[in-house]
Design a protein around this ligand. Structure first.
Ligand SMILES: Cc1cc2nc3c(=O)[nH]c(=O)nc-3n(C[C@H](O)[C@H](O)[C@H](O)COP(=O)(O)OP(=O)(O)OC[C@H]3O[C@@H](n4cnc5c(N)ncnc54)[C@H](O)[C@@H]3O)c2cc1C
Ligand code: FES
Ligand code: FES
Length: 454
């Protein structure tokens, strides 16, 4: 099979395993969800992934689990509760839900919020969600405090019939394969592919013709810090960023900031590098790291080069990158103690939608004054924009409604939103104004009086 073909086609057309369904083929419905297990040392970690956006090449050295792979002699507790509670009518979405919920139990310290989050990429169009939610609540009542989910291991899940016994042999079998991922440098001829959540949507047919070069998942440390900078490897996924203890130390809200990025399955695959390089004007991670004054480090087989993220975009989808360069890492200065950050995004629907407008603010405060300010905004220009004039105006000023209003006079001149399906030009201008106020309201509620804004 062509390594650039989707795992969904391998599963359904070649292996004739029809339990995994094909719905949207765009990462939106979750009916194609599979588990992908990857060995790190002796420990295997499973992630739920949309197989429609997963290239066959990414299966190398890993354990692919479809719904058939969960079959036991009796229904698993998740399957049983969904049957008992009538949580499946036509059944089209059901394999995806079962896989997502099984995957959630494979994470340590699972709680109710995380269990619900694990199915935010699964859509049901006929049963409705009440019985699915009820199944989860019953499952939790039967599980929490009864089996050791804190130290949950494959063994616990096998003993409690959530997984078939063969799962226990998988780490040894993968070890035997001794598959080593290699770091590639691009020839510039094939498509460089990371999580493929964008590539498969935009260029699936071209991928098959031209071929892909997969950026290795690089199991060594992906996020680290030294005295001056925090470094993030380009192939770090959204969920790895949200769960990073280093990033949580500096940005306690980071998990919430990216909670509405795609779906759980998308967050398991979408990388920081892909978000920056695809140059979408509304890339959520790009907007966040733009405000942090990030620097991009590119590598080719012969050189290393650094580019300031704020200078990287030259026009709509035009970037300062040679075809043979790979984005290796993103770094930004360690935020000082008195710094604050906020990120916000407004989209037409809450879940699984890209932003109409998104924005981040990063500032350092001294008493009531703003020592430095950096505001970025997406959806208001052909590329992710650092609002430099607005930020410069605010720097050194006291935080008041008046200064924010005055700053917005600069914002108006910096942005150039267009009317499209995500909103009219006027709407996006208004949205950004309100979101900038919302940054300050959220960060300094005691200094900003709500009634004065309206
Ligand atoms: C259902 C769905 C929901 C989504 N929701 C959101 C959302 O809420 N917010 C959001 O911002 N985005 C969203 N996206 C878009 C997408 O998931 C993100 O932009 C993601 O970060 C892309 O990363 P990737 O690793 O999948 O990139 P890929 O698809 O692998 O690559 C994207 C581009 O970047 C290039 N590339 C990737 N990595 C490198 C590298 N290291 N060096 C050089 N070139 C590289 C590729 O060649 C390609 O041109 C969504 C996508 C889908 C399908
Ligand atoms: S088929 Fe809909 S998410 Fe894959
Ligand atoms: S049971 Fe029919 S779509 Fe969910």
């Amino acid at each position: 099979m062509n390594p650039a073909a989707s795992a969904l086609d391998l599963i359904r057309k070649q292996l004739h395993l029809s339990g995994t369904k094909e719905g949207c083929r765009e990462g939106d419905c979750g009916t194609c969800t599979v588990l992908l297990g990857e060995l790190n040392g002796d420990v295997i970690k499973y992630k739920t992934i949309n197989s429609c956006l997963l290239p066959v090449a990414a299966l190398n050295g890993k354990h692919l689990v479809t719904i058939e792979g969960l079959n036991n002699s009796t229904l698993t507790p998740i399957q049983k509760v969904m049957v008992d509670e009538g949580a499946s009518q036509c059944g089209f979405c059901t394999p995806g839900f079962i896989i997502s919920l099984t995957g959630s139990l494979m994470n340590k310290n699972i709680n109710h919020k995380e269990m619900m989050e694990s199915i935010d990429g699964n859509i049901c169009r006929c049963t409705g969600y009440a019985s699915i939610k009820r199944s989860i609540e019953i499952l939790e009542m039967n599980l929490f405090n009864k089996i050791d989910l804190e130290n949950n291991s494959l063994k616990t899940l096998v003993e409690n019939n959530f997984l078939p016994e063969y799962f226990l042999e998988i780490p040894a079998r993968l070890k035997e394969l001794n598959y080593k991922e290699i770091r590639i440098y691009s020839s510039g001829e094939n498509f460089i592919a990371a999580g493929c959540t964008d590539l498969f949507l935009q260029k699936e047919n071209q991928l098959i013709e031209k071929g892909i070069e997969l950026i290795s998942s690089n199991k060594t440390q992906k996020i680290w810090e030294d005295r001056n900078f925090i470094y993030i490897k380009a192939n770090t996924t959204v969920n790895e960023i949200r769960n990073s203890s280093i990033l949580q130390k500096y940005f306690p809200e980071i998990k919430n900031h990216f909670e509405l990025f795609g779906s759980y399955q998308i967050r398991n695959r979408a990388t920081l590098g892909g978000n920056i390089i695809n140059a979408s004007p509304i890339g959520d991670m790009t907007i966040f790291f733009l405000a942090l004054k990030s620097i991009l480090q590119f590598k080719s087989d012969s050189s290393t080069r650094e580019v300031n993220l704020k200078r990287f975009y030259k026009g709509y989808k035009q970037i300062d990158k040679m075809p043979n360069e790979i984005l290796d890492l993103v770094k930004f200065p360690i935020p000082p103690k008195e710094s604050y950050i906020n990120f916000d995004k407004v989209s037409r629907r809450t879940y699984l939608d890209i932003a109409s407008v998104n924005t981040a603010i990063y500032l350092v405060k001294e008493n009531k004054h703003l020592k430095s300010v950096s505001i970025s905004a997406g959806g208001v220009s052909p590329y992710p924009l650092l609002l430099e004039s607005t930020s410069n105006y605010l720097t050194g000023k006291e935080i008041t409604i008046q200064t924010i209003n005055e700053a917005f006079e600069f914002t108006k001149k910096e942005i150039s939103p267009i009317s499209d399906v995500r909103g009219s030009e006027e709407y996006k201008r208004l949205l950004l104004r309100q979101l900038i106020f919302a940054h300050f309201l959220k960060l300094f509620p005691e200094q900003i009086a709500m009634e004065e804004i309206i």
